[in-house]
Write a protein of this length. Structure first.
Length: 255
């Protein structure tokens, strides 16, 4: 029977109590030489990329993280059966996965997203750039057609000023947070107002100073920015790029 695979753990971290039930669906554990794969049987229709399925996947990994380090596999990772899972992953990559789990022990991922408050940001840019402010005031009240090219030029200058501010703010924040993390993964900005989208791998010993630093930065920049910190999470952003490539994937479009 095909198995959906959530992630890999050290079997010793699960102990005799391997109940990671989510929404009344029991999680089966496949063990091979000290490595444990968290799985569930795939029955009926194929696994599709639905929000509830993604939430279920994340919830299982989150519960497992409380037991010990986990190497998360990509959503939609399915193997034909337990024997294939043991042979092609647990046995074939045994030493690599054991080493990866040891590296992740005592660490978790934290995701930080920082977004500008748009109106406050624009006002701040104009205050810091008197020439831009004068240009903005000069075209106020002018007919749109007559001032079209002036407005386009002003918009371009403001965009460049915002980009420069965004780059400077991102550098400043990362310079304080990166030294508190074991590893850092900078993600793409998901919207124009976003200034930072970063994942940090943080050790248990550094979690408190990391949290305190984020809180301080959020307080200092509260008028201009909104901070959102999510964690602790399994280390999705720091997993091997090839790990979790589905042996047989049936994930369909998001619905």
């Amino acid at each position: 029977m095909p198995l959906y695979v959530y992630g890999l753990m050290r079997a010793s971290d699960l102990g005799s109590d391997a109940d990671l039930t989510y929404d009344k669906a029991a999680i089966d554990v496949v063990v091979h030489e000290g490595l444990a794969a968290l799985t569930s049987a795939v029955e009926g229709e194929p696994v599709r990329l639905r929000r509830e399925a993604v939430t279920s996947h994340s919830d299982v990994l989150q519960r497992a993280l409380k037991r010990g380090p986990i190497v998360p596999l990509r959503f939609g990772t399915i193997v034909p059966d337990a024997d294939t899972l043991k042979r092609d992953l647990l046995a074939a990559r045994h030493e690599e996965m054991r080493a990866r789990l040891e590296q992740l022990a005592g660490k978790a991922e934290f995701r930080l997203k920082v977004t500008y408050r748009e109106d406050q940001m624009l006002r701040s840019i104009l205050v810091e750039n008197p020439a831009l402010k004068r240009s903005a005031q000069a075209i106020q009240g002018l007919p749109a057609q007559a001032s079209h090219f002036h407005r386009v030029g002003l918009g371009e200058r403001i965009t460049l000023a915002v980009q420069a501010r965004r780059d400077a703010d991102a550098r400043d924040m990362l310079s304080e947070l990166a030294p508190l993390a074991v590893a850092v993964e900078v993600g793409a900005l998901q919207q124009p107002e976003m200034t930072l989208n970063v994942s940090f791998l943080v050790s248990d010993e550094m979690r408190e100073p990391f949290d305190q630093t984020v809180e301080r930065l959020a307080s200092e920049r509260a008028q201009l920015m909104e901070f959102k910190l999510i964690g602790p999470l399994p280390a999705h952003s720091f997993a091997d790029g090839q790990l979790g490539t589905p042996v047989m994937s049936a994930a369909g479009p998001m619905s």
